[in-house]
Design a binder for this molecule. Structure first.
Ligand SMILES: NC(=O)c1ccc[n+]([C@@H]2O[C@H](COP(=O)([O-])OP(=O)(O)OC[C@H]3O[C@@H](n4cnc5c(N)ncnc54)[C@H](OP(=O)(O)O)[C@@H]3O)[C@@H](O)[C@H]2O)c1
Length: 230
């Protein structure tokens, strides 16, 4: 099996952490784990094929920071934009900072990340997987309190389609997964007591397989991945 360089953004906990654990099981994979890692990067210290980079997607110069972090890496095969932040507040209580943080992490930081990785994918090809939410999927059920979050996730859906169009004649493929609820700290903090039908490990199993394979069949697609209806 071919060696693959795989980048997981939002890799310190939840679905992102399970993605790193899943993908790093294969010794042919080198996994680059990116997050703020406020509690330190030691969680992957005993995994030789995992490299950690601390980065704040809400900070300045995301593109240039990533470019310098990856200056020695020539090709990236898979980029999973999984980082996200969620604020759950009634619409009139949302502050400018809430909007800015949601948009910076969930869409602006993602676009800047993609800008940094395009040069690493353009020659040999690659798969960019954006992790959105069912709340950002047109026509899906919507949740009160999630205006800042879900509108930023809807922008991520739109970005996927726009990038796919602009890069359709290249070897870079991109797709977007709109997740339903998954039992993680994000969900527990936003909706205490809510029981999700999927664990982070189970969701990561699907995303890992999709990220490694789906680009052979699809480009620019937006797919809801949810056990709940509609
Ligand atoms: N759980 C669900 O029910 C659900 C449903 C739909 C969609 N999703 C989406 O799935 C993805 C993963 O969610 P999750 O539930 O696993 O969330 P989580 O447990 O809160 O994990 C989020 C990850 O994003 C990173 N992150 C947050 N802010 C960041 C920043 N400013 N810069 C860099 N990294 C940052 C966090 O790391 P640090 O804090 O160390 O930076 C963490 O690794 C998110 O995009 C989320 O919107 C989740």
């Amino acid at each position: 099996m071919m060696h693959k360089n795989i980048v997981v953004v939002g890799a310190s906990r939840g679905i992102g952490r399970e993605l790193v654990l899943n993908l790093a099981q294969n010794p042919n994979h080198t996994v680059f784990a990116i997050a703020r890692f406020s509690k330190g990067t030691s969680q992957y210290a005993d995994m030789p094929n995992v490299h950690t980079f601390a980065l704040d997607l809400a900070g300045s110069d995301v593109r240039s920071q990533i470019t310098s972090m990856f200056s020695k890496i020539k090709n990236v095969d898979v980029l999973i934009n999984n980082a996200g932040t969620l604020v759950n507040k009634p619409f009139l209580e949302l502050t400018r900072e809430d909007f800015q943080e949601s948009y910076q992490v969930n869409i602006i930081g993602v676009m800047e990340t993609v800008q940094a990785f395009v040069p690493k994918m353009i020659e040999n090809g690659g798969h960019i997987v954006n992790i959105s939410s069912v709340g950002g999927f047109q026509g899906s059920v919507k949740f009160a309190g999630l205006t800042a979050y879900s509108t930023s996730k809807a922008a991520l859906v739109s970005f996927t389609e726009l990038f796919a169009e602009e890069y359709k004649d290249t070897k870079i493929k991109t797709n977007c997964l709109c997740l339903g609820s998954v039992q993680t700290q994000m969900l527990e903090e936003a909706f205490p007591g809510l029981q999700a039908p999927l664990s982070a490990e189970k969701m990561a199993e699907y995303i890992a397989d999709f990220s490694l394979n789906a680009h052979q069949w699809m480009h620019g697609t937006v797919i809801p991945v949810s056990l709940t209806t509609p």
